[in-house]
Write a protein of this length. Structure first.
Length: 244
């Protein structure tokens, strides 16, 4: 059940991985989670499960590459609940390949989802939060925003950009808190879609061996949200101990 301290928390990319784990953790913490993703069948099943367990949740179909779609997602939550306390920009794709393979459609997709999707989220919630004089924007980055690996150049470029965007927004903000969460290898579906098949398979094997559970990232997110409004956790960079 929610409490007087519950927050209305929007999560993009909530149908699997970090987004799903975060929804579970925050609902268990007593917050109301509003879930967005393209795979609405998964969202519906997750919301049903959270409600059966006593949590507060609802969902809306969302494609973060659509600026109007993100605005409708945010405005819909605001209309239903009267406010938006936290936005977690989590949706992301990682299609790994060497640059000379020229998988330009996948380059565009990573830019559109990872960077533009984050910008769309910021643009949708920032005016609402500024008008209230409070709010919290959490962007999901990556340890790939701190180093560049071969076959990950475009993915790393998008995450470096998210890191820069987040830091710029933080410097411009006084009342709205801004946090970057940068996970290393994490058990998720990121390596299961797109990219060079051999490279993706190698990344998947590394993630399976060295990765941390998505619930660990969710715990870090929950910890930043739990801080008082006067405390702004700027960035958390976390990796499994196995990754080193």
């Amino acid at each position: 059940m929610t409490s007087p301290h519950s927050k209305i928390i929007l999560i993009t990319g909530a149908s699997s991985g970090i987004g799903e784990a975060t929804a579970r953790r925050l609902a268990a913490d007593g917050h109301h989670v509003v879930l967005g993703a393209r795979r609405v069948d998964r969202l519906a099943a997750l919301v049903d499960e959270l409600r059966r367990d006593g949590g507060a949740a609802d969902y809306q179909e969302l494609d973060v590459t659509s600026r109007s779609g993100v605005l409708a997602f945010v405005q819909g939550a605001h209309d239903r609940h009267g406010r938006v306390d936290v936005l977690i920009n989590n949706a992301g794709v990682m299609a790994l390949s060497a640059l000379d393979s020229l998988r330009t459609d996948e380059w565009d997709q990573m830019i559109d989802v990872n960077l533009r999707g984050t910008l769309h989220g910021v643009a949708a919630v920032l005016p609402l939060m500024q008008s209230r004089g409070k709010g919290h924007i959490i962007n999901i980055g990556s340890s790939a925003a701190h180093r560049v690996d071969p076959t990950a150049a475009v993915y790393c470029a998008t995450k470096y950009a998210v890191r820069a965007l987040t830091e710029g927004l933080r410097q411009e903000s006084r009342e709205v808190r801004v946090t970057l969460i940068s996970p290393g290898y994490t058990h998720s579906e990121l390596t299961r879609h797109g990219g060079d098949p051999q490279i993706q398979a190698a990344a998947r094997a590394a993630s399976d061996e060295l990765g941390m559970p998505a619930s660990a990232v969710a715990a870090a997110i929950a910890a930043t949200i739990a801080q008082p409004d006067t405390v702004d956790v700027n960035e958390i960079l976390l990796r499994s101990t196995a990754q080193g």
